[in-house]
Structures are given as C-alpha cells and as structure tokens.
Design a protein around this ligand. Structure first.
Ligand code: THU
Length: 161
C-alpha cells in the first residue's frame, strides 16, 4: 500500500481592492450581471463573466425552472454561449459572484460539481487552463489557477478512448 496526497495552492485576497485592476473589473462585472439571473425559486442569483483569448467577454447567469432540475447554473450557461459563439477558443479567466435576497454576499462560492466537470471539459478541448476568480459582492476573493485543481480524480475523455 502507498499513500498519495493531493494538494493545491490558491490565492486569497482580503477584498477586491487588493486585486490587479483587470481582475477587479472582471469580478465587478460578474457581481453586476447577477441582476440578470432568473432565480425565483432559490433566490440565489449567480453571475459569471469570462475573458476569452481574443479579449472578448462572455457572461452567464443561472436560469431556473418550475421543474427544478431543468435549471442551469451560470457557469454552464456561460460555457454554452462561449462555445457556440467561438468554438474551441480558450477562456483565460472566469469571475463568478452571487447575491441573495436576504443579505449582501460576503464570501466566495465555488462552482458545483457538475459545473466543475463542464469547466474541465472546456479546459481540455481548448488545451488551456481556466483561471477562476471567486468572490461575493464584498469580502474575500479566491483565485484558482486551473479547474483541474478543484476536480481531482476527474472522469475525462481519456477513459473513453
Ligand atoms: N448555482 C450556480 O449558478 N452556480 C454555482 O456555482 C452554484 C449554484 C445556481 C443553481 C441554482 O439556480 C442556484 O444557484 C441555487 O443552487
């Protein structure tokens, strides 16, 4: 028997004022786009904005449905749009934020398991890591270098070959 360890590093900023301007601006756009989420059931409004390798920005918000499982997360709405408009173009960075009705969000959330799987596939099809900026409307911000770091033991296309 051998023991194996999985570790990864990520950056933590006290708030968005510590970020480089380009990152702070992208997170601000993700915060703003939460206004376009359709989340009447959870009242949890998520916004994501990504910069592609050509500099273009693409946004996504969560879109819920009366038939709950039909709802789609902001990240996968964004990925579908990006892949449709610019097939196989790398995403350099994606900022993700959220707000709830009750209170101003004050800590980062990270993508759900299904979105991690979708993000990983995107990294792989474009052969490019996606840098993630995660933050609430205020408070701490996390920066993650690649989706691979947050989905260890992933099931990938390699298994289907
Ligand atoms: N949601 C996202 O859009 N992204 C995430 O990373 C986590 C969850 C959405 C799904 C659902 O509409 C609402 O947030 C509550 O789970």
């Amino acid at each position: 028997m051998t023991n194996h360890r999985f570790e990864f590093s990520y950056e933590v900023y006290a708030d968005s004022s510590e970020l480089p301007k380009e990152d702070a601006d992208l997170l601000q756009e993700a915060r703003k786009i939460t206004a376009n989420a359709y989340a009447p059931y959870s009242k949890f409004h998520v916004g994501a904005v990504a910069v592609l390798s050509n500099g273009e920005k693409i946004a996504g918000t969560n879109q819920e449905n009366a038939s709950y499982p039909v709802g789609t997360c902001a990240e996968r709405v964004l990925l579908g749009t990006a892949a449709t408009l610019h097939p196989d173009m790398p995403i350099k960075t994606m900022a993700i934020s959220y707000r709830t009705k009750e209170q101003e969000s004050d800590h980062p959330i990270s993508p759900c398991g299904m979105c991690r799987q979708a993000l990983l596939e995107y990294e792989s099809r474009t052969s490019h890591p996606i840098r993630l900026i995660l933050g609430g409307q205020k408070g701490k911000v996390f920066i993650i270098t690649t989706v691979k770091d947050i989905l260890p033991f992933a099931f990938t296309q390699q298994e289907l070959k």
